[in-house]
Structure formats: structure tokens, C-alpha cells
Write a protein that binds this ligand. Structure first.
Ligand code: 2HA
Ligand code: ZN
Length: 302
């Protein structure tokens, strides 16, 4: 290679490195990406993400897609076909954590641990348009995330955009007592502290023990998401959905705190909801009436 070739090569590399540096900074500085990374860090800080546990996805708004588009790869990955089509998500873009990543590391290198995927015009295939550098892939729970996005987008009239999955100890412990019984689980949580019925008058769903990342887990989650914004995976963890990152982290936190209280009360009195001053069915109805909440009345036990 001659001097001029060397110089051109140097220049090309420099220009593309500079472009890369600018685009890295830019996408990571977008509000939705900062909020995404912050939720991952907050969940890790809370102790909900041992090892590579948990994952997060976000459905971008049209405006965010338009603002991010100039940073997309000029050559996206090839399309990956799924065994089902999410027709109401066709053409949508999702930021999503990578398979095997540790949530505590997401904020340190978003272009590696987060990717933006695009769904094709049928909603049946996806490809990577940004991130997942070094060959990363979306989380093993991609199907569950897309199922949740699809259902929650429909039942909330397009408002729901965030799906967050974590492994909080007390919620997993509680699921061992309640099993996949949404009514029993909801009662346990409502009775733990007054905030619960305010945050989730509709209750919390529960899905039986299933293989992580399986189609079975995804399809059972879909059914539960028809009714509930948050769903417990028995012996596994918790999924919360909602419009924004703070709302979803808040919902997750309230459920975890209630489960913590149940565990702490059980340690104190040896019988969690039988504690002398646990909230009663009447207490829960009174809160719902006072705030005109759509309480799932058939779940309330006396
Ligand atoms: O991403 O939490 O459910 C790892 C998991 C699988
Ligand atoms: Zn998990």
C-alpha cells in the first residue's frame, strides 16, 4: 500500500471512527435511552438482577424513531423470522437488552448491551438497526416481550410502551405460596400495605412455572396481560408494563415492597396474612371506593 493509499485508509478510518463516536454519544444521550439505562441500573441496585437475570424493552414513539434513524446501521442485520406475526406491532421499533447481559452493566456500554430492533411490515420478522455491537442478540425473553407489547398496546389504546422483567427475591418467595392464582396473589399484595390497591386495583396476574424463554411462558403471559399490567411468573420473577420507565419501575417497586412486607411480617408473626392488623377486604374496598378505582371485586376476600 502506497503513502497515498495509507493516507486515504487513515482518513477513512478516522472519518468513520469520528462518525461512530458522534453516533454513540448521540443515541445514548436521547432521553429514552438514558431512562432505559437508568432503569436497568436502578433495578440492579435494588438487587433484582443477579447474574444475567432480567430484561427490559421499550417501544419507540414515531418521533424517537425519526430522531434516531440517521444513527441506524447503513446495513442492518438480516431479518429473523418468528413463528408468529405480531400484526399490531408491524413496522415498530424496540430498544431491548441483549441476551446474557448483566443489567448493572447496561449504562456502561449501551451500544453493546442494548439494541434497537425493527419489526417488518408483517410483524413476523425482526432485524437489528442499532446497537448489539460485537454480535449481541436480543434477550432470550424476546417473544414474551413482544407478546406483552402486542397485548398491552391493544388493551391500553397504544399507551403502554415499556416491558420490564426482574427477579425480586420476595416476589418469587410469595409465588411459592400463591402459585398461579391471580386472585390469591392480588389479595396477599393488597393486604400487605395501603398503596397496593391504589397502584393495581385490577390485581396482578400469575403464570405457572415454565421454562424461561419458552413459547409456553410467552403464551401464558399473553393471556394474563389481557387483564393485568403486572404479572408474576411463579418461581421466576415479575413482569411490569406501562407507559413510561418511571411508571413501570414504580409499579414493580410497589409489588416488591408489598412482597417484602409479607415476608417480614411472616418472619415476625409466623403467619403472613393472619397478622392481627393485616388489611381486610373491607379496608381494601374502602380505599377503592374513596378513590373511585376499578377494583377487581371478585378477588377481594373478607
Ligand atoms: O434474561 O431473566 O427470564 C434472563 C432472564 C430470563
Ligand atoms: Zn427471568
Amino acid at each position: 500500500m502506497g503513502f497515498l493509499d495509507d493516507a486515504q485508509d487513515f482518513l477513512d478510518k478516522g472519518v468513520s471512527a469520528a462518525k461512530g463516536a458522534v453516533s454513540n454519544v448521540a443515541v445514548e444521550q436521547f432521553g429514552y435511552m438514558k431512562a432505559f439505562a437508568r432503569l436497568c441500573a436502578d433495578g440492579a441496585q435494588a438487587g433484582w438482577h443477579e447474574g444475567n437475570g432480567g430484561n427490559l424493552s421499550y417501544r419507540l414513539t414515531e418521533e424517537e424513531v425519526a430522531n434516531t434513524r440517521s444513527y441506524f446501521y447503513t446495513t442492518p442485520s438480516s431479518w429473523v423470522t418468528m413463528d408468529r406475526a405480531f400484526t399490531n406491532l408491524a413496522g415498530e421499533y424496540f430498544a431491548i437488552t441483549s441476551a446474557g447481559c448483566s443489567m448493572k452493566n447496561v449504562a456502561l456500554d449501551q451500544k453493546r448491551f442494548v439494541g434497537i430492533i425493527e419489526l417488518d411490515s408483517s410483524g413476523g420478522a425482526w432485524r437489528v438497526v442499532w446497537g448489539f455491537k460485537d454480535g449481541g442478540q436480543p434477550t432470550s425473553e424476546l417473544l414474551s416481550h413482544l407478546e406483552c407489547h402486542s397485548v398491552r398496546k391493544r388493551v391500553t389504546g397504544g399507551v403502554s410502551r415499556v416491558v420490564y422483567h426482574a427477579h425480586p427475591t420476595s416476589v418469587i418467595a410469595l409465588s411459592k405460596l400463591t402459585g398461579p392464582d391471580a386472585g390469591r396473589l392480588s389479595n396477599e399484595l393488597w393486604r400487605a400495605m395501603t398503596e397496593c390497591v391504589l397502584f393495581f386495583p385490577e390485581g396482578v396476574g400469575a403464570v405457572p412455572t415454565s421454562v424461561p424463554g419458552s413459547d409456553e411462558l410467552a403464551s401464558q403471559t399473553t393471556q394474563a396481560m389481557e387483564e393485568f399490567a403486572a404479572v408474576v411468573w411463579v418461581n421466576h420473577g415479575l413482569l411490569s408494563t406501562g407507559a413510561g420507565f418511571d411508571e413501570v419501575f414504580g409499579l414493580e417497586s410497589v409489588i416488591v415492597k408489598a412482597a417484602d412486607i409479607i415476608c417480614a411480617t411472616a418472619a415476625l408473626v409466623g403467619a403472613h396474612t393472619q397478622a392481627s392488623f393485616a388489611l381486610t377486604g373491607a379496608d381494601i374496598r374502602a380505599i377503592a371506593e374513596q378513590y373511585h378505582l376499578p377494583l377487581r371485586a371478585d378477588f377481594v376476600e373478607e
